[in-house]
Structure formats: C-alpha cells, structure tokens
Write a protein that binds this ligand. Structure first.
Ligand SMILES: [Zn+2]
Length: 216
C-alpha cells in the first residue's frame, strides 16, 4: 500500500493542528482555568479598629483602672481578646466620651487619645482583625459602640490577630479624632436623675450625683 502525497500532507497537518490545539488548551488552563479551581483563598483583608472610652467619677475610674490592670496589654489569643472586649462592653454604659473608627484614625495607637478634658480615665482599645465590622456612624450613640464591641467579643481565632487594651493619655494635640460626648439616653441600662441629670445604672435606687432617691 502506498500513500499519496495528499494523504501524507493532510495527516501531517492534522497532527500539527492537534498538537497546537493541545498546547493552547494547556496554556489556557495554566493562566486562567487552573487558578480558579486550585488557588488558596486570597489573603484576608486586615480590618483594624480603634476605640477610646472616657470615664469620670471615682467609682468608674477605679473600676476601669482595675479592668486595665486585669486585662490590659497586648493579646494575640482570641480568648484573651474576647475578655478585653467583654470587659469594655460591661464598662461602656457609663462612658462619658468616646471615639470608634478605623485604626488609621489614630496613628499614635491606643495610648494617646485626643481630649482636653480634665480628670477622668481614658481607655484605648485597638483590634487587628481579618473580619469586617459594621461601622459606627454616630459616635455619640453608645449602644452602637457597645454593639461593635460585642461583635469583636464574638470573633474567633481566625477573625482576630491582635488587640491592645491600654490606659490612654489624653492630649489635645493628639493625631486622633477628638472624643465626643455620649448622648445620655443612648447608654444601655441607664437612667437619668430627674434632679441633677446625672446618668447612672438602672438598678441603682439612689443617684450617685445628688443622692436623690429614684426608681420607685
Ligand atoms: Zn441626681
């Protein structure tokens, strides 16, 4: 059997086209097809948050001072970070001035808060996490800030990388947004004295501001 030149040319062309087609498919797989199936998850976006909460009055100042002594410092463990956040959730209802926002707001970190108010104690809390948080659009709404702290307390080890809880030094010149006064009516679990307008926990029966009997 002899093959005509035409048949040989067609056969060679067929092989060449088949090889070219195979090379094209492999190339396409390596550039666009394969990464979709086999690549690891993209690097998580870091979502850093910073909080400043100011407290005033001897009871609050000693409570918050103890809190900082107990859980202050830097933590990388999710459980320790959760304790920090929960401590702040418990203390937050009596905060007088606050700021919450992205950590980039305060390049000097949680140790310096922008406030010119005399006295009181300011706690700074910075969280480096991989999970996006809802933003607090109105810092004067303490309930919204507490909700954000609660969200951080629910973070797992995969969500959170590091947190710092420190006593912040108030400084009018600090490169951070100024602390804003909390609207009293947004304090969770609080009542306001009808005589002196002092705000205090709802379970108390005597106003710590003026001593008036309240609640009954
Ligand atoms: Zn009062």
């Amino acid at each position: 059997m002899t093959l005509s030149p035409v048949v040989i040319v067609v056969a060679v062309l067929f092989v060449v086209i088949a090889l070219a087609g195979l090379a094209f498919v492999r190339r396409a797989n390596s550039t666009s097809g394969a990464p979709i199936a086999a690549s690891p998850a993209p690097a998580p976006t870091t979502r850093d948050r910073i909080f400043f909460l100011r407290f005033e009055g001897s009871d609050d100042e000693s409570y918050v001072g103890d809190l900082i002594a107990r859980h202050g410092g830097t933590a990388t463990d999710a459980e320790a970070i959760r304790e920090m956040a929960l401590d702040l959730v418990r203390a937050a209802p009596t905060a007088t001035h606050v700021h919450a926002g992205p950590a980039s707001d305060a390049p000097a970190g949680p140790g310096v808060a922008r406030s010119g108010l005399p006295g009181g104690i300011v706690v700074g809390f910075r969280v480096v996490s991989t999970r996006a948080l809802g933003t607090v659009s109105d810092d004067t709404d303490l309930k919204a800030i507490v909700a954000e702290l609660r969200a951080i307390a629910s973070f797992t080890g995969r969500d959170v990388q590091r947190a710092e809880l420190v006593k912040a030094t108030p400084d009018v010149e600090a490169t951070a947004p100024p602390l804003v006064a909390v609207r009293v009516e947004t304090r969770p679990g609080h009542q306001q004295c009808t005589y002196c307008l002092h705000s205090f926990p709802a379970h108390e029966t005597r106003c710590p501001g003026c001593g008036a009997r309240v609640g009954q």
